[in-house]
Write a protein that binds this ligand. Sequence first.
Ligand code: ADP
Ligand code: MG
Length: 726
Amino acid sequence: MSTQRRFDSVSAAKTWSRRQESRSGDRDLLPRVFGEDTFGLREMRARLPDNVYKQLVRTIEHGEELDPGIADTVAAAMKDWALSRGATHYTHWFQPLTGATAEKHDSFLKVGRDGRAITDFGGDELVQGEPDASSFPSGGLRATFEARGYTAWDPTSPAFIMGGESATYLCIPTAFSSWAGESLDAKIPLLRSIDALDRVTRRALKLFGIDAGRVTANLGPEQEFFLLDREFYYRRPDLMTSGRTLFGAKPPRGQELDDHYFGQIHERVLACVQSVEMDLYRLGVPMKTRHNEVAPGQYEMAPVYENANVASDHQQLMMRILERNARQYGFVCLLHEKPFRGINGSGKHVNWSFGTSDRNLMDPGDTPHDNLIFLFFCTAVMSAVEKHQDLLLACVSSAGNDHRLGANEAPPSIISIFLGSQLEDIFNQLEESGRAQEREHEGLLGLGVNVLPDLPRHSGDRNRTSPFAFTGNKFEFRAVGSSASISLPATVLNTIVAEAIDDWTELLEPIVEAGTSIEDALWTLLSNEIPSFKRIIFNGDNYAPEWVEEAARRGLLNTGSAVDALPALAAHKNEVLFDKFGVFSPRELDARLEVLTEQYFIKINIEGETAAHMARCMILPAAVTYLNQLTSARAGAADAGASTAGLDSNAARVAGLIDELTAALDELDAQNEELGGDEVSSKVIHMRDNVIPATNAVRDVADRMEKVIPDDLWPFPTYRDMLFVK
Ligand code: ADP
Ligand code: MG
C-alpha cells in the first residue's frame, strides 16, 4: 500500500511536463511581457484622452483626489483593454481581514432588447461594488442587520488580468469598507498610514530647507516557501487542513549538511519558479531574485521594491500565483511558517524605506547635509521601534508565526535593531561627545566622519538573526510570517515612524524658528533622545540564549506567544497613536484584534482536531495491524518451536506505544471537546495552554511509533519522502 504511494510520488516527480515558456533567443521577452496583463500607465496613455490620463497620473503619482467624472471614460477603456486580453468577467479584488484576497466575478455581458449580447461596464461598476459582505470577518464592525460592505476602486494600483487556460478575468484593486465607512480590509489603513508618513515627513524636511514632493513608503518583501510534491500533500490530512505537518519523525538527513542553501535549483522547481516569475512579470510584478533556502525543499523569491500600496498588492499576487502555478508542476506550495518540525521555517523579510521620488531618506547620502537628514530620520525609526515593540510584535503574531517567534525556536519574540558596528559607533559618539562646535573642523557633527555612506552601506557586517536590521539604505523587518499579508506590518511601521518624526518636528520647529541652526538643534535633540531608545540596539546573535537574558535585563519586551502579543493592538497607547494619525479608529483596531485572535483559535482548534483524527483513525490502526502481525507470528513461531524472544519484545514495545498513544489521545479528545469558555480571549488561552500541549503529546508518541512500524503499514508519507523527492 504505502510502498505504492511512494512510487506514485516518484512517478509524479518523473513525469512533470514543462510549460512552453523559455523561448530561447527571444531577446525582447522580458520587456515585451512585463506589465502586459496590467492596465497601467502605458495602456492608460494609449487608450485614454489626454486630460483624463493626466488626471489619473496626478492621482497615482501625487496622491491627488480623483474627479469622479472621469470614471465612465476610464471604465470604457479598461473594458476594451480587458476584452482584448480575453477577459469575459471582471471583479473588484480586495483584501478582507482574513489576510487573503477576495473576488466576486461579474460578466461584462448585457443582453440587448433584441436579445443579442453586448458587453457593458460603466463608471459606477468600476468605482464602487457591493459584495455580500456577511461572510467576511468584520470583528464586530458590521452588525448582522447591515451585512453590506462596499468596495471602492483604488486607482493607484493598476487593474490586471488574471487568467489561465480555464478562465480570464479583469481584477480591479479595491478598498473594502462597511456602510459606515469603517475599513474592513488591509488596504485602507495602509493607504492612510502612507498619507500620515507623507504629511509629517514633508513637514520635517522643511526644517532642512527642503520643500519635498510626495513622500512614499517602499517595500521589498522576500518570500520564503516550500514546494512539496502534490502526491504527498493529498495523503496528509494535516497538510490539507492546516498547511503544516502535525506528525513526522526527524529524517536521518535533515538540513545538517547545509547543502541546499544557494545550491543549484532542481529542474522541476526551476521550471515552476520560472513560470511563476513569468506570470508575475505579466502582472507588472518586478521579480528579481530566486534561490534555494536553508531547508531541503525551501526556496525564496523577491521582487524589486515598490511603493508600499502596490508592493502589498503585488505580494498578495505573488503568493496566489505561487500556489496556483505550483500545482501545474505537480507541487503544492506551502506558505505556512513552519510546515516541518526540526528544520527551518519560512518568513517574509520586509525591506522598508521611505522617501521622495528622488531621495531615499534611509540612505545616508553623499554630503554632510544628506547625512544630517539621514540621522534625523534613521534615529526617528529607532526611537519608534523602541517605543512600540509591542505593536511590532503584535502585527506579526499568529498561530503559525509562533513556531518561529515563540518559545520553542529561535529567534525569540524580542524586537531589537541591528545597526552594524560602524553606525552604532556613530550613535555612541553622538550620545557621548556633547555639542559639536569644538570639533567642527573634523567634519560632520564633529565626529571625524565626513560622509557616512561608505561606512554602513558597504560594510561587511550582515546579521541574519536580527528581527529588524539596518541594511545600508533600508530597514529589514524579518519577523513577518511567510503566509502573512505585509499590509499590517507596513501600516504599523509607517504610523509609528510618522509619530516619531512628528514629535521631533514639534520639538525642533520652534528652536529653529528662534534662530538656532538645524545642525545644532538636531545635535542637542539627538544627544538628549538617544539614551531613551538605545537599549533597542543589539548587534549580536539574536538566536543565542544569552540574548534572552540580556534583553530581559534591558527591559525589552518578550511576548512568547501570539496570545500574549496580540492584545497590544488595542492597548490604550496604540489606540491613541492610530487615532491621532487617522490610521485606525479604536473600533477598527478592536476589530483587527478580534479577527486575529479568532484566527488563532480556529487554527489551533483545527490542528487539535486533525491530529486527533489522524492519530486515532490512521496511526492507531497501523499500530494494531503491526501488533497483530507480531502476535500471530509469535504464535506461529511458538508452534514451530522457534525462538519467540524477539517477537515478544517487539510486541511488548508496540503494545506499550499503543497504550501511550491511547492515553495521549484521550487527553487530546478531552481538550478538543472543551473550547475554553465563550469569549475568544479565553478560548485562545485554552488553545495555547491545553490543546497545543495535548497535540504535541500525541505527536510525541506517534513519531516514536513511526520509527518501529513497518514502512508499508505507515499510513502517510514521512519526512524522508516529502523532503527529498523533487
Ligand atoms: P538580501 O537577501 O541580501 O537581503 P535581496 O536582494 O534578496 O536581499 O532582497 C532585498 C529586497 O530589498 C529586494 O526586494 C529589494 O528590492 C529591496 N530593497 C532594496 N532597496 C530598498 C529600499 N530602499 N527600500 C525598500 N526595499 C528595498
Ligand atoms: Mg534575500
